[in-house]
Write a protein that binds this ligand. Structure first.
Ligand code: ADP
Ligand code: MG
Length: 344
C-alpha cells in the first residue's frame, strides 16, 4: 500500500474520533465534571440535562468527562445511546452488561431486570453515572424506573440526559423534572472563529501540510450549514482526498473549493428512520417559519397531487410533535394552533 503524502492520520477527521482537547467547551466540561464529581465521595451527584443543536460537542463532552473519570476509582460510568436502547428493559440490561455482569433479557420481566440491576449496583458499591444520549428516543417509563431505583439503593446514582431538543420533558408529567432535580446545560452553536479553532486542531492532526485558508473555508461552510462540526470535518476529509487524487503536495484552497458543494448538512438519524414522506413534506413547508395547522395543510395540498384528508394530516403533525421535531402551541387568542420546528 502506498503511503499517503497528504494524510498523517485520516481517522481524526471521522466524527467518532474523540480528540484530546475540546476547544471552546472548557466551561461546559467543567460544569459537567463538577456536577458529577460528588459521586466519587459517596455524595449525590447533580443530575444534568444537556441540550443544543447537532454537532455542537454534546456527545464528545460527556465522553471526554467519562474518560477523565476512568482514573477516579470512586466512579463508574455507563454511556447509552437511546436510539439503540429505548425501553427500561433495554437500558438497564445494557447497563448491567456494561458493568461486566450477565443478564438474561429474554423471558425476564422488567422488574426482575431492575432488581438484578439494584443487586449489581450494591455489589459494585461505588458511585454510578449513567448517560442517556439522544434521550428524546426514550420510552417514558425509563425515567420513572430510574427514580424508583433510587429509592432502593443508598449509593450515589447520577443521570446525564442529552438531546438536541430542549423540549424532551414536555410530554412528561411536570413532577418528573422536579423529582429528578435536573440542572440544564445548554450547548450553543459555535461562532465562526470557534469553529475555525476546532477544525484547525483536527486539520493539524490529520494532514502533513495544508493552507490555513482551507480550514477557514471549511469552518465557514459548517457555520453556514447550521453549525455542525461534522460538516466541517467532512469538508476537510473530502478536500484531503481531492488533494490526493490530484497528486498534490498539500491541501490547498483549490481542493476544498472543488468539494464544498458536495458537503451537505448532515441529516439527523430521526429524519432517516422515523419520519414518513408526508412528514418530510411538512418539515420542508415549515422551514424556519411558524405557521398555523391550517396554513400548513393548505400548503401541503398545493404541494402534492393526491393530498390526504385534514384529519389524517393532523395525526402526522401530532407524531412529529411526539418525536420532538415540531412544537405545537395554542395561539394566545382564538383556538388555532401554531406549529414550528424545534431544531434541525
Ligand atoms: P453532538 O453530540 O452535539 O451532536 P458531537 O459531540 O458528536 O456533537 O460532535 C460532532 C463532532 O464534532 C465530533 O467529531 C466531535 O469530536 C467534534 N467536536 C464537537 N465539538 C468539538 C470541540 N469543541 N472540539 C473538538 N471537536 C469537537
Ligand atoms: Mg450526539
Amino acid at each position: 500500500m502506498k503511503e499517503s503524502r497528504i494524510f498523517k492520520n485520516e481517522n481524526v477527521l471521522l466524527p467518532e474520533y474523540l480528540p484530546p482537547v475540546l476547544p471552546h467547551r472548557e466551561n461546559e466540561i467543567k460544569q459537567l465534571a463538577q456536577n458529577l464529581l460528588p459521586a466519587s465521595e459517596g455524595r449525590k451527584p447533580q443530575n444534568t440535562f444537556i441540550f443544543g443543536p447537532p454537532g455542537t460537542g454534546k456527545t464528545a463532552s460527556i465522553k471526554f468527562v467519562f474518560r477523565e473519570f476512568e482514573d477516579y476509582s470512586g466512579i463508574k460510568t455507563v454511556y447509552i445511546n437511546c436510539w439503540d436502547f429505548r425501553t427500561s428493559c433495554a437500558v438497564f440490561s445494557k447497563t448491567i452488561l456494561d458493568l461486566g455482569f450477565m443478564v438474561q433479557r429474554k423471558g425476564w420481566a422488567k422488574d426482575e431486570i431492575l432488581m438484578r440491576f439494584v443487586e449489581i449496583f450494591k455489589k459494585l458499591n461505588k458511585g454510578l453515572i449513567i448517560c442517556l444520549d439522544e434521550a428524546d428516543q426514550l420510552e417514558q417509563e425509563v425515567l420513572y424506573d430510574f427514580l424508583r431505583i433510587g429509592q432502593y439503593v443508598n449509593l450515589p446514582l447520577g443521570l446525564v440526559l442529552i438531546s438536541n431538543s430542549p423540549y424532551i420533558f414536555q410530554n412528561y408529567e411536570p413532577r418528573i423534572k422536579s423529582s429528578l432535580d435536573i440542572e440544564e446545560i445548554e450547548f450553543r452553536p459555535y461562532s465562526l472563529s470557534e469553529m475555525k479553532d476546532i477544525l484547525m486542531e483536527r486539520a493539524k492532526e490529520a494532514f502533513f501540510s495544508f493552507d490555513n485558508a482551507v480550514v477557514l473555508l471549511a469552518a465557514n461552510h459548517a457555520v453556514k450549514k447550521g453549525g455542525d462540526v461534522r460538516v466541517g470535518l467532512q469538508a476537510l476529509l473530502k478536500a484531503g482526498k481531492e488533494a490526493e487524487k490530484e497528486n498534490g503536495e498539500k491541501v490547498e484552497v483549490k481542493h476544498i473549493r472543488k468539494v464544498l458543494s458536495s458537503v451537505l448538512k448532515i441529516k439527523p438519524r430521526i429524519l432517516e428512520e422515523k419520519v414518513s414522506d408526508v412528514e418530510k413534506i411538512i418539515l420542508k413547508i415549515l422551514g424556519e417559519k411558524t405557521m398555523s395547522m391550517k396554513e400548513i395543510y393548505e400548503n401541503y395540498c398545493k404541494e402534492v397531487e393526491k393530498p390526504i384528508n385534514e384529519k389524517a394530516f393532523r395525526n402526522y403533525l401530532r407524531h412529529l410533535s411526539e418525536i420532538g421535531l415540531i412544537k405545537i402551541r395554542k395561539r394566545k387568542v382564538g383556538r388555532e394552533r401554531l406549529v414550528s420546528k424545534t431544531f434541525t
